[in-house]
Design a protein around this ligand. Structure first.
Ligand code: G6P
Length: 615
């Protein structure tokens, strides 16, 4: 989730690129850089941290060329630093990249053997060297060198490339990461996002998957990345405001992030599933079969939504790895005398990697000799730095304070880790492991099908219209969906300020049922799973007390419509272990539409912070 801008024309491009990057800062802000072709040579400047650091540098030493590329980074491989900031260079070639190159380790080895020297820890640098190699050894023009390099790259990416030895052309390519060409007068632009270009042009060519754009100041040509054949195209006139464009056309960042989840989940899985060898590929987790044989228990430690992810994770580790799991609120665990020792694995879960309580609990456990693993979204944050290994979720920056894509990608990361541990503990056969992984690979499509479809009536809007004035709501779930009841209630209270409680459905009769009357809607999570009949009884208890019901149901639940005021149907054929991941969507969407209808500040709700670095 990085920001990319490219320019070719007759204007000095530094300010144009920097201004474009400023519009994209929400996509990445741990480092930034720019490279321009100036007097036949490549000149670049890069800085760690926010874009302003780069701007300060450029003020001292401005770049004056008329062809260039710029980048704001959100690290995926290699911590945020100047060396790891883009553009990455090889000879006269400079590349900016958004996405993940899965086979970068093998390519790097190959290129090093050919004499290329690497100066960063990024996956991106291999792209620059591959292109430079093609240029040098085959004398290929830049577009063909990019085409040849793409044949070697496995992963998802958008790239933009300049070469000082061919300064009249700039080349972009898209494979599963967005890229757009902006059309100007005697100048053209490239960007990861229209937001970067709106102050210059509204006429855009949106690249499709597997397309290469060959851009000069005067013309744009699209080529097929498989065959290099020219592709006809049509420009689109974009009418979005810059603010709309930043949010991808959505009204709020939260809505955008909810809709990004299929992509984010695919990125969490990317390069980590090896079906052929029935393996989870997690070299970042330094625990082997011997370590797992010694381990007696796992403590999952987190706060807020990340804690809810941990509660789901417990089911995965118990079922797949046969391990005893404690799921702890970090703010509580840090002051307890829990029996943590060197036979304990701590899994700290944190989107930001900076939550003070989680970090403190981790440090306490470390003092007792525990092995420390983390699941985190921000590369190089404090929690990963203090862990032995970190499984990064690669969800991209989450701007909305209420966590959405960070949560679902944490669920996927925990699932992967549980399968990995199950394998290391000899609990999973090849066949079982393959089946589990195959189901996980289907997760992005499943989550996609849980999103409301454009052009169809949105059931969440109808619920919001009817219930946005409610003072209190209950959420019921059982088994691995109990944590989703907690998460649904948390989302609702965070952004709509409606009081909400998540309950284990079986606990209703021990107290919460006293709250039920015709003004208190209850969200009942009741798909056709192993707990179906029990939860259905709980639903009847609510109805018997005149409680309105919003039912999360499976397709094929014929009774559903007659039992609830509103039914939200889940997609078909969800494997039980993926149910929490899919149910997360109605929980998020319900809260989102309630808040939107009420008109609260969805992205920055009152009293809440995205990252809580104080106790
Ligand atoms: C804050 C955020 C929550 C988040 C929690 C834990 O309260 O508002 O959305 O779940 O912190 O944050 P972490 O970054 O550690 O996951």
């Amino acid at each position: 989730m990085c920001g990319i801008v490219g320019y070719i024309g007759s204007e000095p491009c530094m300010d144009i690129i920097v201004e474009g990057l400023r519009r994209l800062e929400y996509r990445g802000y741990d480092s930034a850089g720019i490279a321009v072709v100036e007097g036949g040579a490549l000149r670049s400047a890069r800085s760690e941290g926010k874009l302003d650091n780069l701007v300060k540098k450029l003020r001292k030493e401005p770049l004056t060329g008329q062809v260039g590329v710029g980048h704001t980074r959100w690290a995926t491989h290699g911590r945020p630093s100047e060396d790891n900031a883009h553009p990455h260079r090889s000879g006269t070639v400079a590349v900016v990249h958004n996405g993940i190159i899965e086979n970068h380790v093998a390519l790097k080895r190959e290129l090093e053997a050919l004499g290329h020297t690497f100066t960063s820890q990024t996956d991106t640098e291999v792209i620059a060297h591959l292109i430079a190699h093609e240029r040098k050894t085959r004398n290929a023009p830049l577009p063909e060198a990019v085409f040849a390099a793409m044949k070697r790259l496995v992963g998802a990416y958008a790239i933009v490339v300049v070469d000082a030895s061919e300064p009249g052309t700039i080349v972009g390519a898209r494979l599963a990461s967005p890229l757009v060409v902006g059309l100007g007068q005697h100048e053209n632009f490239l960007a990861s996002d229209v937001a970067a270009l709106l102050s210059h042009t509204r006429d855009m060519i949106f690249l499709d998957e597997g397309q290469i754009a060959v851009v000069t100041a005067a013309r744009v040509e699209l080529r097929d990345a498989e065959t290099f054949a020219p592709i006809p195209y049509r420009a689109t006139h974009v009418t979005w405001t810059p603010a709309m464009a930043e949010k991808g056309g959505f009204k709020h960042f939260m809505a955008k992030e909810i809709h990004e989840q299929p992509r984010a989940i695919a990125d969490t899985l990317r390069g980590r599933v090896d079906l052929e060898n029935a393996a989870v590929v997690l070299p970042e987790i330094p625990l082997g079969a011997d370590d797992l044989a010694r381990v007696s228990q796992i403590y999952i430690v987190a706060c807020g939504t990340s804690w809810h992810a941990g509660l789901v994770g417990r089911y995965h580790f118990e079922d797949l790895a046969g391990l005893a799991v404690h799921v702890e609120l970090a703010s509580e665990l840090r002051y307890r005398n829990a029996p943590i020792d060197e036979r304990t694995i701590i899994i700290a879960i944190s989107q930001s990697g900076e939550t003070a309580d989680t970090l403190a609990a981790l440090r306490e456990a470390k003092k007792k000799g525990a092995r420390i693993i983390s699941i985190c979204n921000v590369i190089g944050a404090s929690i990963p730095r203090e862990s032995e290994g970190t499984l990064y979720t690669h969800a991209g920056p989450e701007i909305g304070v209420a966590s959405t894509k960070a949560f679902t990608t944490q669920l996927v990361a925990l699932h992967l880790l549980a399968i990995h541990f199950g394998r290391l503990r000899g609990r999973l056969t090849d066949a079982a492991l393959r089946a589990e992984l195959a189901a996980l690979l289907h997760a992005p499509a499943l989550v996609e099908s849980a999103l409301p479809r454009e052009g169809e009536p949105n059931p969440y809007e109808a619920i919001a219209r009817r219930w946005h004035e409610a003072h209190s709501m209950l959420f019921l779930g059982r088994g691995n969906l109990f944590p989703l009841a907690l998460e649904g209630a948390l989302k609702l209270k965070e952004i709509s300020y409606i009081h909400a409680e998540g309950q284990a459905a079986g606990e209703m009769k021990h107290g919460p049922i006293a709250l039920i009357d015709e003004r208190v809607p209850t969200v009942v999570i009741n798909p056709l799973d192993q707990h179906f009949a029990k939860v259905r009884s709980n639903l009847s208890e609510v109805r018997a007390r005149s409680g309105p019901v919003i039912l999360i149901a499976s397709q094929g639940d014929d009774e559903a419509a007659s039992l609830a005021e509103h039914v939200l149907y889940l997609p078909d054929a969800i494997p039980p272990r993926l149910m929490p991941l899919v149910v997360a969507l109605p929980m998020q969407l319900l809260a989102y539409h309630m808040a939107d209808f009420k008109g609260t500040d969805v992205d920055q709700p009152r009293n809440l912070a995205k990252s809580v670095t104080v106790e």
